[in-house]
Design a protein. Structure first.
Length: 375
């Protein structure tokens, strides 16, 4: 059987990792400034993380959600305390797309409406409802077009209000910082307006913090720079440092009903053990503060490099915009300088390293980037 060919792959295999470095099957070492697509939060191969999963697996790997799993409540308690949302409820699933699916469904259950307002350049996942609210027609199949969605530009609250006042909008969904869209940040005033408008018109505000959350921005959630509180927050990526997991943080205004939501693998014992260890490590090693500090250093150093058109982002979620397409630059970084980075669109290099990236490693990246640029 062949693998279904959906990804253009680099001709290499990563065999192991430690901290912010990975090694391929031939033993070549790489500096990881991409974190497996913002997934590696506490670093590759962290000993406490590995021990937490191993110890849990030695006791029990999985059992169904028809019985109590005290690890779920322990995770909810830790996450509530760390994030500042201890009055919210937690629903555990497996992926970011699944988190957004359930968030959209909760909103529709709550107010009985169908239409969703989303934003241009958005990315919320590849499953049914999540892909429908993603601004990429190429990945929306006809079967996904079953409910009405309106795509609006960032930072235009008057256009949002025009839609909300029609009375049929269930939810507004927005990323804390757009990732796939090129590290685009909504204005603070715009996010505050969204909060006010959603409250005024009885619409649920969903903050997709799947890529921008879990400390990546230098705050636990990117929207916390603005001081708003969404009705629903979705997370995944760094929540379990590579173990598949997603979650929905749910305002007290939502009342659970048996059968409303469900999952087979969500909140399983191994995933919870991994996620609890991530929060422990983040607190012990002050990784959120590290993301803010090292991210600021990176942006300062990037501003000294000629030829960069724009630098966007917060913490360790940074977009580097160039006038020319970056495909060849990314290739030189990977195969010439042995640095993993990402791209967004045609002109943006995307940095999403583990939150344990040190200032020395950031300085090392700057040296390698300069060489790749011929400086």
């Amino acid at each position: 059987m062949k693998l279904f060919d959906v990804y253009p792959l680099f001709d290499m295999e990563i065999a192991r990792g430690k901290g912010c470095r990975v090694w391929d099957a031939e033993g070549n070492e790489y500096l990881d400034l991409y974190g497996g697509h913002a997934v590696i939060s506490v670093g590759h191969g962290h000993l406490e993380y590995v021990a937490a999963i191993t110890n849990q697996l030695n006791r029990l790997g999985f059992y169904s959600n028809y019985v109590k799993n005290s690890l779920q409540q322990e995770l909810a308690d830790r996450l509530g305390e760390t994030s500042g949302y201890d009055d919210y409820s937690l629903f555990l699933i497996n992926t970011g797309a699944e988190a957004n699916e359930n968030a959209l469904k909760l909103a529709s259950f709550h107010n009985g409406r169908r239409r969703v307002v989303t934003f241009r350049k958005s990315f919320h996942g590849r499953t049914s409802a999540a892909v429908r609210v993603t601004d990429n027609p190429a990945i929306i199949a006809p079967v996904n077009e079953g409910f009405p969605v309106t795509y609006l530009p960032f930072n235009a609250p008057e256009l949002v209000e025009d839609e909300l006042k029609k009375g049929d909008v269930s939810s507004v969904i927005i990323e804390g910082i757009q990732g796939v869209g090129g590290i685009q940040l909504p204005d603070d005033a715009f996010l505050k307006s969204l909060r006010d408008l959603c409250t005024q018109y009885g619409v649920c505000l969903i903050l997709d913090e799947i890529q921008s959350g879990y400390g990546r921005s230098g705050r636990f959630f990117a929207h916390q720079y603005v001081g708003i509180r969404p009705d629903i927050i979705t997370v995944a990526k760094g929540i379990a440092n590579g173990f598949p997991m997603g979650a929905v943080l749910i305002s007290p205004m939502f009342k659970p009903v048996y059968g409303m939501l469900g999952t087979t693998f969500g909140g399983n014992h191994l995933a919870c053990a991994a996620a609890i260890s991530v929060l422990d490590i983040m607190k012990k090693e002050r990784l959120i503060e590290n993301a803010a500090r090292v991210g600021a250093y990176l942006q300062d150093e990037l501003h000294r490099i000629p030829g960069i058109r724009e630098i966007r982002g917060k913490g360790l979620m940074i977009g580097i915009d160039f006038a020319e397409p970056v495909k060849e630059l990314r290739y030189r970084l990977l195969f010439g300088e042995r640095v993993f980075t990402g791209i967004a669109g045609t002109h943006t290099i995307r940095l999403l390293p583990p939150l344990c990236l040190t200032q020395d490693e950031a300085a090392d990246f700057i040296v390698r980037l300069r060489r790749a640029l011929g400086l």
